[in-house]
Design a protein around this ligand. Structure first.
Ligand SMILES: [Mg+2]
Length: 192
């Protein structure tokens, strides 16, 4: 099987990283909920969307080093590789932040993959600056499966018909009919 996998929030677990960055910069008060969604809501509710955008730039750039791979990932990727499946990483990621220091997100992501020993599992890795390019790449690679945390990718109008979309949703969000898993270990029920 040819298996495509998204990067941010599918491979990379940013739990707590947004909150810690916001606190370190003194942009955030103490919050009970340290999730990315809670941090985003804090800025949006105060009309501080540019600050939220800037914080994302910091997290996806320099602070990615504090993020961890999701639990179970090495076991699943190792097993898939052993049985001969081929894995392709396809991410939608701009090269530079919209606001803030010009830190190369693609380089930061590649460094993170190397530091976490994940590169050897992938045949190829693609960082596509536009969402449309990502969906096109999923088609061009003729993947049997694509795993992503965003329903908007899996439900995109040009998402290839022959590729089975699988929603990765640690919070059990409503997949709107999409096949979904909340943990990497559950992916063995989809592709063994
Ligand atoms: Mg993602």
């Amino acid at each position: 099987m040819r298996i495509g996998i998204d990067f941010d929030n599918t491979i990379v677990n940013y739990d707590g990283v947004f909150y810690k960055a916001g606190r370190r910069l003194e942009w955030l008060p103490k919050l009970d909920d340290e999730s990315k969604q809670a941090v985003k809501s804090y800025f949006i509710s105060r009309g501080e969307e540019p600050r939220w955008t800037e914080l994302q730039g910091i997290v996806y750039g320099s602070d990615i080093r504090f993020a961890k791979p999701y639990e179970g990932i090495y076991e699943i990727l190792g097993r898939w590789k052993d049985v001969g499946h081929q894995m392709f990483l396809v991410s939608h990621k701009t090269k530079f932040p919209i606001i803030g220091d010009k830190l190369d997100f693609h380089q930061a992501a590649s460094n993170w993959l190397k530091e976490n020993d994940l590169m050897p599992y992938f045949e190829e890795t693609y960082f596509c600056p536009q969402k449309d390019e990502k969906v096109e790449m999923i088609g061009r690679l003729e993947l049997d499966y694509f795993i992503d945390d965003l329903p908007s990718i899996l439900n995109a109008v040009n998402f290839p018909q022959k590729t089975h979309g699988v929603l990765f949703s640690p919070d059990n969000q409503d997949g709107n009919g999409l096949r979904s898993v909340s943990k990497w270990a559950e992916l063995l029920k989809v592709v063994c």
